[in-house]
Design a protein around this ligand. Structure first.
Ligand SMILES: C[S@@+](CC[C@H](N)C(=O)[O-])C[C@H]1O[C@@H](n2cnc3c(N)ncnc32)[C@H](O)[C@@H]1O
Length: 224
């Protein structure tokens, strides 16, 4: 069973990203700034990996003119998203599934936060392309997730820094170290160069790094 289908793990989900991802709340603020550049104050935003609802809640709070379509394969994480975004419920539509279940849009912007590192390497470009095809010309796409060098020694170093950040934020050091090992073993993490190549291959232009927090990176790209 995936962590995102485990009711106990999902019940405690919201507490973890702010402790594991450096500048987590600032990441949301930066993403909103990058999206509003093209979406403006009234827009429809596609959120892939919307489970938990943390970014939709942050965006909805600061952008009262935005509505959201959220997509996620985990029913439990979508349930948490519903709870987290209750005050904004009339502006949010949720779809259970992968990117192909998202309506065609076109959307004024899209985000995918802490999610693409779960998408197998061979599906990454197709997923990015499916996002790009749902955007209006000129719209921004903002993504952030694990991305670090592929060499084993460098990878281990960045994941140890990730674990130390979690421990320094009050999480159990043993569990964050075990999580770092599991990430190295199981997640199809790309290097920063591979991420940028995948965005370009999917048809995005003006790919720019805007965020780096230890083992995490974030990019903004434009749908031509
Ligand atoms: C770490 S959570 C991030 C959730 C949210 N974006 C956040 O930042 O708190 C990852 C989410 O991605 C979802 N997910 C996993 N694989 C996915 C895929 N291929 N497409 C879309 N969502 C996926 C999981 O169900 C989970 O809700």
């Amino acid at each position: 069973m995936s962590t995102f289908d485990d009711p106990v793990a999902v019940a405690h989900y919201a507490d973890r990203p702010p402790r594991l991802v450096p500048g987590f709340h600032d990441l949301h603020r930066m993403a909103a700034i990058l999206l509003v550049e093209r979406a403006g104050p009234v827009g429809h935003i596609l959120v892939l990996g919307a489970g938990g609802g943390l970014e939709m809640n942050a965006f909805a709070t600061t952008q009262p003119g935005w509505r959201f379509t959220g997509v996620d394969p985990s029913a439990a994480m979508l349930g948490l998203a519903r709870t987290m975004t209750t005050p904004h419920a009339e502006r949010i539509t949720l779809h259970e599934g992968y990117i192909d279940t998202a309506p065609p849009g076109p959307f004024d912007g899209a985000t995918c936060i802490l999610t693409l590192h779960f998408v197998p390497r061979e599906e990454r470009v197709a997923t990015l392309k499916a996002i790009r095809q749902r955007l209006k010309p000129g719209a921004h796409f903002v993504m952030a997730h694990f991305s670090y060098p592929g060499e084993p020694v460098a990878r281990a170093l960045w994941l140890s820094r990730y674990a130390e950040f979690g421990a320094a934020s009050g999480l159990d050091p043993e569990s964050t170290r075990a999580a770092g090992v599991a990430i190295a073993d199981r997640l199809p993490v790309l290097t920063p160069a591979q991420e940028e190549a995948a965005l370009a291959e999917a048809g995005f232009t003006d790919v720019a790094l805007f965020y780096a927090g230890l083992a995490f990176r974030g990019w903004v790209a434009t749908a031509p």
